[in-house]
Design a protein around this ligand. Structure first.
Ligand code: ZN
Length: 223
């Protein structure tokens, strides 16, 4: 009976501490970084990725429907579809893995007018991968094979430019800050990094760090 109560208290403690650790975060002041720049470099790289995604979105893949000229193509968007079981085609081909296969699926419901940043010689049906393309809310009309006029959205390929160190510092000084989720590894304060509880708790797995001995803290990056 006493043991059951003890367990209940432990569980309750675990719940309380997990609620508090979810909220824990650390402030990283760039202006206070000393000679060791290791952490700052990691912070800067993570922020470059965030800014890149903010400005350009994720890279996209397309399938050429029709070439207009070497820089302009009518395209479909494609996406990667993951499945946990191998397709029959993959089995026949012998190259398929039994799980975690992926394939490109073309969305034929919508056509886009893709303007490349440099001329390329793509043929109908070719697949273009990892293209950063922005939608500037422009449309283009073309005559389809049936002689009808169709209006489609224009996408412009862009070459992403990373945030420079100067721009990073400038933004920080203007008061901008970033939240890096689960960025910093910190020794677990609940089990003191052991990953397990004390002898009186039968060395049970630490409920706070799930036995890892450390937790990942969110980091707020400020000047
Ligand atoms: Zn722990």
């Amino acid at each position: 009976m006493k043991n059951a109560l003890h367990k209940k208290i432990l569980v309750l403690l675990a719940v309380i501490s997990s609620v508090t650790t979810v909220r824990s975060e650390e402030v990283f002041h760039v202006s206070k970084v000393g000679n060791d720049k290791t952490e700052l470099i990691a912070v800067f790289k993570a922020i470059q990725q965030i800014e890149k995604k903010k400005t350009y979105g994720d890279p996209r893949s397309f399938e050429v429907f029709q070439k207009v000229d070497s820089e302009s193509y009518l395209v479909y968007k494609t996406r990667t579809k993951y499945s946990t079981t191998a397709s029959s085609m993959a089995s026949i081909g012998g190259g398929g893995r039994t799980n975690g296969t992926s394939r490109e699926v073309t969305d034929h419901s919508k056509i886009y007018f893709l303007v490349l940043s440099e001329p390329k010689d793509y043929a109908d049906g070719d697949r273009l991968k990892d293209i950063f393309a922005v939608d500037n809310s422009k449309t283009k009309s073309y005559t389809n094979t049936l002689g009808a006029t169709q209006t489609v959205t224009v996408l412009n390929e862009v070459t992403p430019v990373n945030l420079s160190q100067d721009e990073f510092v400038e933004k920080l000084k203007k008061g901008e800050s970033w939240l890096l989720k689960r960025f910093k590894k910190k020794s677990c304060t609940f089990c003191f990094g052991d990953g397990k509880l004390s002898a009186s708790n039968n060395y049970a797995k630490c409920p706070d760090c799930k036995g890892k001995g450390s937790t990942l803290l969110d980091c707020v990056i400020k000047w």
